[in-house]
Design a protein around this ligand. Structure first.
Ligand code: G6P
Length: 489
């Protein structure tokens, strides 16, 4: 570059999500320690070289005082993160309430929480008001940091009201919204008292994305049936304005997993695990401890398998990693005790003095330990009752090029549409079917395992998180151009 020549600036991407990819722990009045999580979304966006990504979101902690807020803002800036400060009451009503007690179960076809259905219905209005208020707070922060030419990418069900708030501020802002959960059938969505307001707000975006074609179709149907708008192959049209709606299936940073298997520490861990479980086949479940993941159903299916296949009882072990999540929501607390009760019963029933059939861990594992576990697994069980995509299935496949283990995968996970040909697909509600699939997987010959694995491995290594992010953002840029062309015409 010659002196005096301006640097070609990268386009700025403002990623707005409920949670920042950082966990913050307060160490003193004005000091914080930050731990950056290296989840799929983070590596996807860091991998996109054309953009300079900044994150806007909640840091997951209550910071009531100004000194703490200032110090945290400063610490986060170094990680390219900008905080939105939510107080305890808002978190309770917006995050625990409207997001996780209403939208989350509904979008996953589980309905409202059973025991307090009436109470939830009663608190609906106040929780929705808090939801809108929180979304407005996110919009205020975005607006404060927005520079002309930036692209704003809003994420997930927490922020359905955000596209409208942003366009109200500035109709020229390029706004995309992506849903990481399923979008349910319009018959489910229409039960929501705020059904129209949410749809209209999402439609304010220029591009609306989903993991699968089915979710996109459900969304378009909801807009045509509930709002009476016109659905076109391109998206949804409202008085001449088109909101583009499309499927953008997410992936993982597969290279990161493949490379990790070469790390000496991981190889050492693999050796230890092999020794520890020598003579037994390893079955693995890795889930957040969430009702959508179907953990009790999976464990009951494993029990049925042991019941019907006595010769396998001392030759197989199920390792279930259940990562605690949303622990303030009563439904999640109930689920934890339910799972513990079932695991205890089955271990009591089939365990011996020296071994138990289920190892259940209520915690997350670090990245290297997780990779080692994936690599030694013979059969992975991903039996979500519903799941937007499910990237555990992708991570397992990425770590299995040596072993070529079998993936048992719920037909109700978005991943079934991409990994269906290589996996054994199951209906997780049908415990007999899952138990039979466990037997099929454990007895599968190496030729068939290899064929199935190859199919999935090619998919996982070619449809990466980076490709997903690039496709979405470039399409978002194009939609705006298209809109301008249409206006000029
Ligand atoms: C799902 C959602 C994400 C969310 C994650 C963890 O994957 O789609 O938006 O961040 O769960 O849940 P939490 O409530 O802990 O952020």
């Amino acid at each position: 570059k010659q002196e005096g020549q301006p640097l070609r600036q990268r386009q700025r991407l403002l990623v707005v999500a409920n949670r920042l990819p950082v966990s913050a722990v307060r160490r003193g009045e004005d000091s914080w320690s930050l731990d950056v999580s290296a989840g799929g979304l983070v590596s996807a966006l860091l991998g996109v070289k054309e953009f300079e990504a900044k994150w806007i979101g909640w840091a997951g902690v209550n910071v009531p005082d100004e000194i703490g807020q200032k110090a945290l803002t400063k610490a986060l800036a170094e990680k390219r993160c900008i905080p939105v400060f939510l107080d305890e009451e808002i978190v309770h009503q917006y995050y625990n309430g409207y997001c996780n007690n209403i939208l989350w179960p509904l979008f996953h076809y589980l309905g409202l929480p059973q025991e307090d259905r009436l109470a939830t219905t009663r608190s609906f209005q106040s929780q929705f008001a808090a939801y809108k208020k929180a979304n407005q707070m996110f919009a205020d922060v975005v607006n404060e940091h927005y520079l002309e030419g930036d692209v704003v990418w809003c994420h997930d069900y927490h922020l359905m009201f955000l596209p409208k708030c942003l366009k109200d501020y500035n109709s020229k802002m390029k706004v995309g919204w992506f849903l990481h959960t399923p979008f349910p059938s319009s018959e489910i969505h229409r039960t929501l008292p705020s059904r129209s307001e949410l749809l209209r707000s999402v439609l304010a975006a220029d591009l609306v994305g989903f993991h699968t074609y089915d979710y996109a179709r459900h969304f378009v149907s909801a807009c045509t049936r509930i709002l009476g708008l016109e659905g076109t192959p391109e998206g949804v049209e409202d008085q001449g304005r088109l909101t583009r709606v499309a499927a953008f299936p997410i992936g993982i940073d597969s290279e990161r997993f493949i490379r990790a298997l070469e790390v000496p520490q991981v190889q050492e861990h693999i050796r230890e695990l092999k020794e520890r479980f020598a003579g037994r086949k390893v079955m693995l479940g890795v889930d957040r401890l969430d009702m959508i993941k179907g953990i009790p159903q999976k464990i009951l299916a494993f029990e049925k398998f042991l019941e019907e296949n006595p010769s396998w009882r001392d030759k197989v072990v199920l390792l279930q990693i259940a990562v605690p999540t949303r622990t303030d929501v009563p439904e999640y607390q109930k689920l934890t005790s339910q799972v513990h009760e079932i695991v205890g019963r089955i271990n009591g029933r089939f365990g011996t003095l020296t071994a138990v059939p289920i190892h259940h861990l209520d915690r997350s594992l670090d990245f290297h330990a997780l990779c080692a576990l994936y690599a030694v697994t013979d059969v992975a069980l991903v039996t979500s009752l519903r799941d937007g995509m499910n990237l555990v299935s992708y991570e397992f496949v990425a770590c299995q090029d040596a072993k070529k283990g079998v993936l048992i995968l719920s037909e109700f996970a978005g991943a079934a549409q991409s990994l269906g040909a290589g996996a054994i697909l199951v209906n997780p509600w049908n415990i007999t079917e899952v138990a039979n699939s466990i037997a099929q997987a454990l007895n599968m010959d190496s030729e068939e395992r290899e064929k199935r694995h190859k199919h999935n491995f090619i998919h996982v290594t070619t449809h990466t998180a980076q490709e997903w992010a690039e496709t979405f953002v470039s399409e978002l840029n194009d939609t705006v151009v298209e809109a301008q062309i249409r206006t000029r015409e």
